[in-house]
Design a protein around this ligand. Structure first.
Ligand SMILES: NC(=O)c1ccc[n+]([C@@H]2O[C@H](COP(=O)([O-])OP(=O)(O)OC[C@H]3O[C@@H](n4cnc5c(N)ncnc54)[C@H](O)[C@@H]3O)[C@@H](O)[C@H]2O)c1
Length: 265
């Protein structure tokens, strides 16, 4: 599988290229970033003991044309421009970039009439399984078990709660037939009264260099179940992106997410 990496100089781009270079049947064929990085030499695959150099390309379309599939971890506006370029060249695309607004997602959906696009703001296999499990456990236990979600991230993170924690709350709300906007409660302070059965609590902890941890608790009378995911590094996102690229390569045109890639739907 020949990949083209958009955002090759970024944190995720570098890690995906490193893992791709260490994977037998994956070739980093195209690499590009913002124009000011064109010509930059990247050393990838150092962990294999056989590092190789890649040169960041000048022309996006030429880089996309070299590959079978585009992988984008850039910025919301850039992701749309890059997806348009992939569609024009009839290449499938993986969009890991977050922060797309509703219009941008609608445009991705329109482009996906022509090419397969996997769009997932969290590409971790473990987190996507946690989404599925959260819905299943909530469905079985029902409202007798109170749902509380705690997330922990490093002290540089700006948004709160994490997008993943919100998605976990949505999974629980969907399974319990609840309205997410009405029932979620972000932290508790003061005389908040008794906890309503239908409430879903979200709590954000910040500190140090924690990559990301999420725990969903289902708390009943005399027992509780806790589902926890802990990310040790960005590798889980990078490996998920390569799985998504393999899926996109053979998928019919359409807009997919990681639940499709992992067969969890
Ligand atoms: N889906 C997931 O699992 C997942 C995981 C981690 C990060 N992300 C998202 O991926 C994106 C990138 O994250 P990061 O940590 O690598 O950020 P980063 O800032 O380290 O890297 C982004 C790179 O994109 C480049 N870029 C910006 N505009 C571009 C353009 N028009 N064309 C080509 N390159 C361009 C930047 O120069 C930079 O090198 C963010 O939106 C982040 O939230 C998603």
């Amino acid at each position: 599988m020949k990949i083209c990496m958009a955002g090759a100089c970024g944190r995720m781009g570098r890690r995906i290229l490193d893992i791709a270079a260490a994977t037998d049947d994956v070739v980093p064929a195209g690499v590009f970033d913002l124009p000011q990085w064109a010509g930059t030499e990247l050393t990838v695959g150092a962990e294999t003991g056989q590092p190789r150099k890649l040169v960041v390309g000048v022309d996006r379309d030429a880089e996309v044309a070299k590959a079978d599939v585009l992988i984008d971890f850039t910025h919301a506006d850039a992701a749309l421009q890059n997806a348009r370029a992939a569609a024009a060249l009839a290449k499938p695309a993986v969009v890991g970039t977050t922060g797309l607004n509703n219009e941008q997602v609608a445009e991705l959906r329109a482009l996906a009439k022509k090419i397969a696009i996997v769009y997932a703001p969290n590409m971790s296999v473990g987190v996507n399984l946690l989404f599925k499990l959260t819905g299943e456990v909530a469905r079985v236990l029902g409202l007798d078990y109170n749902v509380e979600i705690v997330e922990i991230h490093h002290n540089q993170k700006k948004d709160s709660p994490s997008g993943t924690a919100k998605r976990l709350a949505e999974c629980a709300a969907e399974a319990l037939g609840l309205d997410y906007d009405k029932e979620t409660r972000h932290g508790r302070i003061g005389d908040v009264g008794k906890r309503p059965r239908s409430e879903i609590g979200l709590h954000a902890v910040r500190g140090g260099d924690v990559v990301g941890e999420h725990t969903v608790s289902f708390i009943g009378q005399g027992e509780r179940i806790e589902l926890t995911h802990k990310a040790h590094s960005r590798d889980n996102f990078a490996r998920g992106a390569l799985l998504a690229a393999r899926f996109a390569l053979t998928a019919a045109p359409g807009l997919y997410d990681m639940q499709d890639v992992l067969g969890l739907r």
